[in-house]
Design a protein around this ligand. Structure first.
Ligand code: C2E
Ligand code: MG
Ligand code: MG
Ligand code: MG
Length: 281
């Protein structure tokens, strides 16, 4: 029952509502408008090979520049979009923009290997989602391996039929990763059955490095390696975290140490040389 809470609950104003609830209703209306006005864009954060220091990919992260309110963070608008179903058109827009951007960079000779896009429960519940993704890849003349889809443990647990949809996406050749790994409630034995290739270690564990949390990071890396998964560390900000992760065999680093998520132009100008030339933070 809990998993259905919050669905189809686009609220309408009533005088009894709290100021917070009222603000959500306002935000929801503005978000609907923002999608129509194309105010939602993607910023891109580099993913760097821990061993070589070369650029291996980028994660697309939704950004909303509201004309009046300025930058609204995803932590504010993604939960609202999820509650009222706007996450489906929003997610579609981010996915399409990301693929179009990747294709455009490649046309310009910037051969970014792949792009990662976050998925929500509602998107994964669409039975035709794999076909939809396949059509988009075709539209931009990209290969399935050019795309990675990030799914949290809770998205997998909540989405109806998630495992079958993931298997279809996997069969198409799309890479799948578990985002925020370690913060959800999926069991470890369940992990083995999922058709994922990548595990993203949540930032909370990276924060534990140097503060007594090293054993957990080692354990996650060992688990990942035993399951044959690639690992990405999220939220790496400090050189000592990078050193630890590199020595422990983590494959890919993402975090402010290398770069914040960037506008497409800044991303291309800062990172195009770093496909071949190692980047040092
Ligand atoms: P996420 O997918 O786990 O994305 C990583 C978040 O960590 C991003 O926050 C990124 O800016 C932030 N981050 C990266 N490196 C560092 C670091 O070194 N230090 C710190 N403190 N933070 C770092 P952002 O962009 O605010 O997004 C937050 C969350 O919103 C994302 O977490 C994701 O769950 C959700 N989100 C963002 N865009 C989308 C989207 O297009 N679709 C869906 N469904 N969710 C999205
Ligand atoms: Mg993510
Ligand atoms: Mg994450
Ligand atoms: Mg997250």
């Amino acid at each position: 029952a809990a998993k259905n809470a919050g669905r189809n609950r686009c609220q309408h104003y009533t005088p009894q509502m709290s100021a917070d609830a009222e603000q959500r209703v306002v935000l929801e209306r503005q978000l609907r408008q923002a999608l129509e006005n194309d105010e939602i864009t993607a910023h891109y954060q580099p993913q760097v090979d821990a061993a070589t220091g070369k650029l291996v990919g980028a994660e697309a992260l939704a950004r909303w520049h509201h004309p009046g309110m300025g930058m609204v963070p995803p932590s504010r608008f993604i939960p609202i979009a999820e509650e009222c179903g706007l996450i489906v058109p929003l997610g579609d827009q981010i996915l399409e923009k990301s693929l179009r951007q990747l294709a455009s960079w490649r046309r310009d000779g910037f051969e970014l290997p792949s792009i990662s896009v976050n998925l929500s429960t509602r998107q994964l519940e669409r039975q035709d989602f794999p076909q939809h993704v396949a059509r988009l890849l075709q539209r931009y003349q990209l290969q399935p391996c050019d795309l990675e889809l990030e799914i949290t443990e809770s998205v997998i647990m909540e989405a109806e039929n998630a495992v079958n949809i993931l298997a279809e996406l996997r069969a198409l050749g799309i890479r799948l990763s578990i985002d925020d790994f370690g913060t959800g409630y999926s069991s470890l034995s369940y992990l083995r059955q999922l058709p994922v290739q990548v595990l993203k270690i949540d930032r909370s564990f990276i924060l534990g490095i140097g503060k007594g949390g090293e054993a957990i990071v080692h354990a996650i890396l060992a688990l990942s390696s035993n399951l044959g998964l690639e690992t990405v560390a999220e939220g790496v900000e400090e050189p000592y975290q990078l050193e630890f992760l590199r020595a422990a065999g983590c494959h890919v680093i993402q975090g402010f140490l290398y770069s914040r998520p960037l506008h497409e132009e800044a991303f291309a100008s800062d990172w195009r040389e770093r496909l071949h030339t190692p980047a040092h933070p």
